[in-house]
Design a protein around this ligand. Structure first.
Ligand SMILES: [Zn+2]
Length: 263
């Protein structure tokens, strides 16, 4: 009897060691994967992204990747990379678009605005927090269809010429607005940052999962000039990661996640 018991215990011990070893293997592979992903990014990104403790980074990344599952699975990921090189899925329209109406929490500047339903809830949280501090937020532009973006881009080409239009407007299929999770706030002009709501968003939006998409001094990275009015919802853990490791540049974070999922 004693012999049988010691054999069983022996097997259990070996099995638990094997399990610990395979966990270690995965951790080691993921640590290597961080370097592989970074090597695929731009030189500037590699200089500015600071990952001192890779294990801690992997833990944070795990939280961020789990977070996206909390949002409507019928729609594409809240981290979906879309820019001048990465297009939206052809014909993509968010499944659950909610028309925005006048309400007590935030203002709207037009009557044809809409957002992903799950993202609109996050807008409410953001604006409730602002209201508590006596700040009123106005939403000026939200979801734009591929066709609308096409018309808008052509309009800017006619007004400013192609080169300038490329800096300030997205070609159809490349706009964060097509995702239904990006918002232009207030005046949609450069002096918005000098207004109370513009300043408040700049200092606080990340606490509610809203990230400034086109920061000052990053036109070579984002493809767009600084837009103090344009925010995209990516969730609170992703905003924290963006600040902690990615020099607070959304493009770096989303590119990293995109490569991480692909390789
Ligand atoms: Zn915008």
């Amino acid at each position: 009897m004693k012999k049988i018991l010691s054999i069983i215990l022996g097997i259990a011990f070996i099995a638990s060691c094997a399990n610990a070893d395979s966990k270690k293997d995965t951790a080691n592979k993921n640590i290597e994967k961080i370097d592989r992903v970074l090597s695929m990014m731009s030189e500037r990104a590699q200089k500015e992204i600071k990952i001192e403790n890779k294990e801690e980074f992997l833990n944070d990344l795990e939280v961020v990747l789990a977070e996206e599952k909390k949002y409507n699975p019928e729609d594409i990921s809240i981290y979906y990379l879309i820019d001048k090189k990465h297009y939206a899925i052809v014909g993509y329209v968010p499944k659950n678009l909610k028309p925005l109406v006048q309400n007590d929490v935030y203002g709207i500047s037009r009557n044809d605005l809409s957002l992903r339903t799950d993202v609109e809830k996050e807008l409410v949280k953001l604006c409730e927090a602002a209201n508590k501090e006596g700040i009123s937020i106005v939403v000026s532009s939200t979801y734009r269809s591929y066709e609308y973006q096409d018309k808008l881009f052509q309009k800017w080409v006619r007004i400013d010429g192609l080169e300038q239009a490329e800096r300030e407007s997205a070609r159809p299929g490349t706009s964060q607005h097509q995702l239904g999770s990006a918002i232009d706030f207030g005046s949609v002009t450069h002096d918005y940052i000098n207004t109370k709501p513009g300043k408040w968003l700049y200092e606080n939006a990340y606490k509610y999962g809203w990230s400034l998409s086109f920061p000052r001094g990053y036109e070579d990275i984002t493809g767009y000039m600084h837009e103090c009015w344009h925010y995209r919802f990516i969730g609170v853990p992703a905003c924290q990661m963006q600040k902690k490791y990615f020099n607070n540049v959304q493009q770096y974070l989303l590119e990293f996640i995109d490569f991480w999922k692909k390789i």
